[in-house]
Design a protein around this ligand. Structure first.
Ligand code: C5P
Length: 288
């Protein structure tokens, strides 16, 4: 048997194209409905054999995180090892390209990537629904990040149905550099659209998708704007860019996305957004 020396895994950023919130459940979480897509930008993780767990964090947002045992990547590693009865550890290197606590998966995508990467390193051959179940214990967004495919998300986030046929669209992600706590945004939530929407209709292109999305919204946008008013400035600036089809916040914020007619409009918009405020994190990418 060959020994696996190193496994490299991508942790793509997720975007909630819309997010509707329903009732608060007895477990304290809210029911939600969301159309989730993934982008070509994200964090990167590598896993190699080691005794015990060791996490090194590199990359542009490395300073925003610590490798203490509470790090979601290490929690995922321990949860998978416990499930599989594994004694082995791993040396994990996380390249943190995405801003933290920012509504685009980040920690959840990293945790899901840790489950996928370590299952491969340890040759566990576990079906993804087992990884989903472990992911649920780590955070509401972890299950959808296990597959990292376009999905219809319900429940507190654990009911994930893959959706094919969502048009791939050029988007620009902008984070104004404020970390927003998901728990605080939910606590400040007043108006909820509720859950009960049917699955989306067939769509041909970015314009169809934008038309559909305009019938929806992100219920967490208003409370997040209350906590971090700069989110409103980002949304207005994105909407004003030539070729913009839609601007909206993802997840509980503060990252916002603009959806564009074509890649050159998205590129031009990203240049303009960067010039507007040099401290903002701005990436032009495409949904996958
Ligand atoms: O699961 P996650 O760690 O992302 O949730 C953070 C907090 O956000 C929860 O403790 C809860 O207060 C709130 N939340 C919620 N309903 C959800 C997801 C999160 O109320 N579906």
């Amino acid at each position: 048997m060959t020994t696996v020396l190193r496994v490299d895994v991508q942790a793509p950023a997720k975007v909630n194209l819309f997010l509707h919130v329903g009732d608060r459940r007895p477990d304290g979480f809210h029911d939600l409905q969301s159309l989730v897509v993934f982008t070509r930008t994200g964090d990167e993780l590598s896993f190699s054999p080691s005794e015990g767990f060791k996490l090194d964090i590199e990359g542009p947002f490395a300073n925003a995180l610590t490798s203490d045992p509470d790090n979601l990547v290490l929690k995922a590693a321990r949860a998978l090892a416990a499930h599989a009865g594994m004694q082995d550890g791993a040396h994990i290197v996380l390249t943190k390209n995405l801003p933290v606590a920012s509504g685009i998966g980040g920690g959840s995508a990293d945790a899901a990537a840790a489950l996928r990467g370590l299952a491969k390193l340890w040759k566990l051959n576990l079906p993804h629904d087992v990884l989903h179940k472990i992911g649920e214990t780590l955070g509401s967004d972890v299950p959808v990040c296990v597959e990292s495919n376009s999905a219809w998300m319900e429940g507190r986030g654990e009911n994930v149905t893959e959706l094919s046929g969502i048009p791939k669209v050029p988007i620009v992600l902008v984070n104004p550099g404020v970390a927003v706590s998901t728990g605080k945004v939910f606590a400040a939530l007043k108006e909820r659209r509720g859950v009960g929407l049917p699955r989306p209709p067939k769509m041909q292109n970015a314009a169809d998708l934008a038309t559909y999305l305009k019938t929806t919204g992100n219920d967490l946008e208003a409370p997040a704007r209350g906590i971090a008013p700069i989110i409103g400035e980002v949304l207005d600036a994105l909407a004003a860019q030539p070729g913009a089809l839609l601007s909206r916040m993802s997840g509980s914020g503060a990252t916002c996305f603009g959806m564009f007619e074509n890649t050159s409009a998205a590129q031009n918009a990203s240049t303009a957004m960067r010039a507007r405020q040099r401290s903002w994190w701005v990436v032009a990418t495409t949904t996958d």
